[in-house]
Design a protein around this ligand. Sequence first.
Ligand code: CMP
Length: 139
Amino acid sequence: MERTLSIIKPDGVSRGLIGEVIKRFEANGIKIIAMKMVHLTLKDAQAFYAVHKERPFFNSLTDFMISGPIVPMILEGENVIEKNRTLMGATNFKEAAEGTIRRDFATDIEKNIVHGSDSPETAAAEMAFFFNHFEINQR
Ligand code: CMP
């Protein structure tokens, strides 16, 4: 069993896509074992995306991520890091496969509805960023 962090970003929340995203996870056998809604401060967003701090899109990305509440979740399942990335589709929605979340709903490379951890190491750090031990459930 593997775990990963998913975030429904401010565009997904404001456009009423929380249910749609969760429906896709559950329909694909992924279990949600932690979930909440939070509104990050700029400092939080900069810390979460610190790996991108030298990238030209960093300021725009962190401003976007604090533009409204987000829904972080911990997903559990076999091979769930890869499975979640397949369901999300490519970062750039124009390159995302048919039927993926980003292909169906993203409006640009930044406002791409969801975030998902890209490796076991990143997943561990990103899950710990949002959740403590009593917010993570056995199901
Ligand atoms: P995410 O998977 O959360 O990881 C970093 C985020 O930066 C990405 O999704 C996009 O929301 C955003 N972003 C904006 N511009 C780019 C870009 N040119 N390349 C990659 N990510 C970008």
